[in-house]
Design a protein around this ligand. Structure first.
Ligand SMILES: Cc1ncc(COP(=O)(O)O)c(C=O)c1O
Length: 952
């Protein structure tokens, strides 16, 4: 299939479909008018539906789904998500999932260069920042401190506290609650990407001790010699210093490079000083790496490029690092978290893990893309006086327009040229590439930007013809992975596996797949040696005796590909691991002694045929056949970086990194470590106790594309998402048919609160709830309502009598009732709603628990209609249902990067439609703790009964 850029067909088709979502204000009319067709997306190109199922059109996404995609669409490594049972069941006690989470932790520690960090998985960027802030608040050194510091130009998300810490007044002010204003400090921006400077050791000593009697004098000394940039850094640090002296702030949020604010860079010199001074005042520093983390820049974490060190040369560690976007899940990294891993989605953590491994292996590719892009960018800027301040680092680049009003035509022309990119700040256009981008794609992108400049500045319009060389082969990935899932779940016989693979190679490459065994080995022996000789240098070649050993062992697997003329084109050999005790590290692996463990000796394709994906499919074939034959594990060794592409393929087969052996290759090349990975070939069907999704033990192939591609629903929704959301409309009371979707329990609460607040024109801000009720815990508002924190204006009551008294003060914006709903009679609830309404208070239900138990809505079942209601269905999907009066329908007022998760929603619908007795495994947890720690009940949930209603 060829890639044709988007045109009328996909646009008109989308308008029709989206109209069904916007009718009667069901959802806000804010989506881009194209409907993704994930199965056909490829690399940098997002496929869009047309009326013809097999003729999609393509969008070149130069924003990489708002920086959430590091490897492109349908990236090989991300298919690894589908290989794990826990991605389908949401079982976060699954032993393989726990291993993945542990392995992810090891990688994140390595990348942050801090082996004490623990990742806490949450659901989104804003939620990660809120969770970090809550932890900082709980541990604050100054008991009176209740304020946050952030920088002018910053963006930290759209939950309340993060929104109040987001600079853009048009986003923040409509929701600002008095008394909860964040203190903003000027941001010392450098208008180029040369942000690593030599730092004077005296500068470090200065900020290390702001209490020194000579501090002011020494600072003056720096100021007297400062250039403009240093002056602005000093001014900002002085402002900060004054604020810190008040002891009223518990945390400072900072992006290492401000993204939404307009790709604003700041220097290592500034960041060293910033880290040092806040440490002196015992204020927690949160590096918001939501957008910059996971390889946007050259380092995995952008702040690591600053090489933060104190005067003794010790690494300075921030108290918190927050991630989301490419991490696919929200993550808080900190040394001693207040809680661990309560509300998150297993599938997204797994996808984030694979994205992290593959991005890390591709750091040289990122450097090459940067170099190529920088040249193109400089050429573009030199052509147009109206464009300035080119900046490029890693896969991020941006430039400014001299006149902010030209932003609008730059944006309105983008789809006409088949592109997606966004504005950031007032007058910046900002781009996010990823490792799937080819030079050809980059050339077209710059030609297209140039063409838009032509249209705007010269009034000339040209048509650009462009058909990328990229070919769509993602349907093949789905074909293979569906088969692999069949095998892993024990539903594929070995003969069927082999004939599936044979048919594939025959049809796709006109090659014959054969098995090599004791009988035919001698015939192929020399050809195997020849392939080795032609492909590898002498030291890298595998000795023929090893191949021979495998060929002669009936429990091993050896495959070969033959051309029409019977030439050997490729081989893949995996043998019983016990044949290879001398391969370094193998005796250390977990399943060395298991009789059903294989070791992946070699997969090679002759040079001429490389780069068509043949090696990958041969590896797929070997895995499929190994699984169908009853094997349980395959181990393999990949040299760090050198074998990065192979590691990506292994990730796509569900590889878990079991260990990394340092200095394993005894040569003088760089990257001598070896990564030992393991593929699990069988799902273990573990007992499912707790789940982050509605329970579904079977994989559903229809939802596979959304399991591989988590896109920004705030921008694009696909057919499955539309259909699935309408299913929930069907079960909602007719009064509550205005929807937002959310990425987690806390985001449901935040969106509903914000919507009611803005509709009330902020005349009231106070919330009220019953003691021991539950509304999530990963935002300040959720935690306030759940009675964990007393942060936002609120009251708590125990009885209806007390509630009546409070409501009579006419002080309250909203009353929230959650798990306790079922404790009241219908009459009591009706009375509560009436009193609330008589006093101008809106009523919100959390119907999650009822839904999980009954697959129905409490409100509809009981005929009791609140003003707004929500169900947090699972992991990264929640549905908010509001009455029109409290529904903020204006576009883009409620969005966040993900706005939920299409895969989780499809799981939810399968649950909804499953037989009545198929229940989501929903548990009331009695202070359970286990290896993958669940400590929440001690700080969250019902404080009296010590029961904690688990609804994720
Ligand atoms: C730096 C930064 N922090 C936080 C967020 C909020 O993340 P989310 O939209 O997942 O809540 C964003 C989103 O763009 C971001 O760029």
């Amino acid at each position: 299939m060829e890639i044709n850029l988007i045109g009328k067909n996909s646009h008109e088709h989308a308008k029709e479909k989206l109209a069904t979502m916007y009718k009667d204000n069901f959802t806000s009319a804010e989506k881009k008018e194209y409907i993704p067709h994930h199965k056909f997306s490829q690399g940098a190109y997002l496929a869009m539906e047309t009326r013809d199922e097999n003729s999609p059109e393509f969008l070149l996404d130069a924003a990489s789904q708002i920086a959430t995609l590091g490897l492109g669409f349908n990236a090989t490594a991300l298919f690894g998500t589908t290989m794990h049972e826990s991605a389908w069941t949401g079982n976060y006690l699954d032993s393989t999932f726990i291993e993945i989470a542990e392995s992810f932790k090891t990688l994140l520690r390595e990348k942050a260069s801090n082996d004490k960090l623990t990742p806490v998985f949450v659901n989104s960027g804003a939620e990660a920042n809120e969770a970090a802030l809550i932890m900082a608040y709980m541990k604050r050194a100054h008991t009176g401190a209740n304020k946050i510091i952030a920088f002018e130009g910053s963006f930290h998300g759209r939950f309340l506290s993060t929104l109040f810490s987001t600079w853009n007044p048009s986003k923040r002010e409509p929701y600002q609650i008095e008394g909860h204003e964040t203190t903003f400090i000027d941001y010392p921006e450098t208008k180029n990407d040369q942000f690593i400077l030599d730092i004077d050791p005296e500068w470090i000593r200065l900020w290390e001790n702001p209490f020194s009697p000579s501090f002011e004098a020494n600072l003056k000394e720096f100021e007297s010699k400062a250039d403009d940039l240093l002056k602005s850094e000093i001014a900002s640090l002085k402002q900060l210093h004054e604020v810190l002296k008040e002891n009223t702030h518990f945390a400072i949020l900072v992006e290492p490079m401000q993204c939404e604010g307009g790709d604003r860079y700041s220097t290592n010199r500034f960041h060293v000083a910033l880290n040092l001074i806040v440490k002196s005042y015992q204020v927690a520093l949160i590096y918001d790496e939501v957008q910059t983390g996971f390889g946007l820049g050259r380092d995995f974490f952008w702040h690591r490029t600053f090489d933060l060190k104190d005067s003794q040369g010790n690494q300075i560690n921030p108290e918190y690092i927050t991630c989301a976007k490419k991490a696919q899940s929200g993550i808080v990294l900190t040394q001693d978290p207040c809680w661990e891993n309560n509300e998150f989605q297993t599938s997204s953590v797994i996808r984030g893990y694979y994205q992290a491994i593959a991005i890390d292996q591709l750091r040289y590719k990122i450097a090459t893309i940067e170099e190529y892009t920088r040249n193109k960018l400089n050429q573009l800027i030199s052509k147009w006086d109206q464009l300035s301040s080119p900046r490029c680092f890693g896969v991020a680049f941006a430039f400014d327009l001299s006149d902010a009003k030209d932003i609008a035509p730059f944006i309105s022309n983008r789809f006409d040229l088949g592109l997606l990119y966004y504005q950031a700040g007032d007058n910046t256009l900002r781009f996010r590439l990823n490792t799937a981008w080819t030079n050809e794609d980059i050339d077209y992108l710059f030609d297209a930007i140039n063409e838009i400049a032509n249209r705007i500045y010269k009034g000339e319009t040209n048509k650009l013809e462009y058909t990328p060389k990229t070919k769509v082969n993602s349907p093949n990935e789905y074909l293979w992975h569906a088969k692999l899932v069949e095998a892993f779940s024990g539903n594929l016989q070995d003969k069927a596996a082999f004939s599936f693979a044979q048919k594939f190679f025959n049809e796709e490459f006109n090659l014959e797949l054969i098995k090599i065994d004791g009988e035919n080995f001698d015939y192929y022996k020399h050809k195997i040696e020849e392939i080795q000789r032609h492909t590898y240098e002498p030291t890298r070649q595998t000795s023929i005796e090893k191949f021979e050993k495998i060929a002669h062992c009936k429990d091993s697997i050896a495959l070969a590909l033959l051309s029409e003329t019977r030439q050997l084109v490729g081989i893949s050999f995996a043998g019983k691991i016990t044949h290879f005790p001398h391969e370094s590290g193998l005796r250390l692996v977990k399943y060395f002694n298991s009789p059903k463990t294989l070791y992946m000796l070699d997969t090679t394709i002759i040079n001429m045929e490389q780069s068509q994906g043949m090696g990958k499919y041969l590896k797929y074939a070997l895995t499929l056949i190994a699984s169908a034959n009853g094997n349980e594990y395959i181990y393999g060794r990949n040299r760090d970086i050198h074998a990065g592409a192979m590691l990506s393929i292994n990730c796509s087969l569900g590889a878990i990194i079991e260990m990394k052996l340092k200095e394993n290759y005894l040569d003088d090349e760089e990257h001598r470590d070896v990564i030992i990975y393991r593929q699990n070939l069988r799902w273990s069907n573990e007992e499912l106790k707790y789940s982050t999704s509605p329970i579904l033990n079977a994989a559903s192939f229809e939802s596979m594309p959304t399991l591989v591609n988590k896109i920004c629903l705030s921008n694009f929704i696909d057919e499955s998402f539309m259909a699935n959301l309408k299913r929930f409309k069907d079960i909602a009371p007719k009064e509550l048919q205005h929807f937002f979707t959310a990425s987690g329990h806390s985001e449901c609460v935040e969106k509903i609160f914000k919507s009611i607040l803005i509709k009330n024109q902020k005349e009231r801000t106070k919330v009220i709830s019953f003691n021991h009720d539950y509304f999530g815990k990963q935002s300040f508002m959720s935690a306030t309502l759940s009675g964990v924190l007393d942060f936002y204006p609120n009251s708590k009551v125990d009885t209806i009598g007390q509630l009546k008294e409070k409501l009579a003060t006419k002080d309250y914006l909203a009353l929230f009732i959650g798990d306790l709903l079922v404790n009241f009679t219908n009459e009591e609830l009706k009375e509560i709603i009436k009193i609330a309404h008589d006093n101008g208070t809106k009523v919100v239900f959390n119907e999650s628990v009822y839904f999980h138990n009954k697959k129905k809505l409490f409100s509809k079942d009981h005929g009791i209609i609140p003003d707004a209601s929500y169900i947090h269905i699972a992991g990264q999907i929640g549905i908010c249902m509001l009455q029109e009066e409290v529904y903020e329908s204006r576009p883009l007022m409620m969005i966040s990067t993900w706005d939920g998760d299409a895969y989780a929603l499809s799981q939810a619908v399968s649950y909804l439609e499953s037989p009545a007795d198929a229940k989501k495994e929903f548990k009331i947890i009695n202070d359970t703790s286990y290896a993958f720690t669940l400590k929440a009940p001690s700080i969250f949930g019902n404080q009296t009964s010590k029961k904690w209603y688990f609804t994720c």
